[in-house]
Design a protein. Sequence first.
Length: 207
Amino acid sequence: MIKKFVCVHILKTAGTTLRRNFLKPVYKDKCLIEVSFKETNKKRKDGKRKRKLTFENQVYPPDYKNYDVIYGHFKGDKYAHLNWPMFSFVRHPVDRMISHYYHFNKLNIIRGRGPSLIEFSEKWKNHMTYILGDISRYEFIGIVEDFDKSLERMCDILEVDCPINIISRRVSRSYKPEQISNDVRKEIEDMNAKDMELYNEVINKFN
């Protein structure tokens, strides 16, 4: 039985579902949720401090070695020194990018400002490759498009009971698929060639 492991979460890959319905119920207070948002000194209009998404030079949480699971938004090599088995999930790069864009830019889109989808995609291109690093180091990488089977395999490897009747948020959308033209999807796919290669490699291993 795998006692301790690291779970690397890529943005918009069913993280809420995995965390709320599996990791926290099964591992409870032995599950450390690592955060990737860094507080800044700047404040919003409502008085709260702005939070900046960062993946570089994060400090290690106190007593992190005492947990059984470390989960969150961080690069795959952050906890490599622990030599714990590593897990993650991937999603089709184009769908992940579009979901990422609409989730993080909802207010800007409504107000008619902010980056375009293509501009945003250029900034965040090949994000899965950047976060995961060498995928040969992972015990298992699941697929969002086949989430139920992926979770079953992950549970088998961990030798824990797989939760049932999970209500997944992985297919929730803040946009309509028909809003995105085939030309735009192709352009996003081309600029994320490394992520496409990684995704296809994971698919082949999964099958």
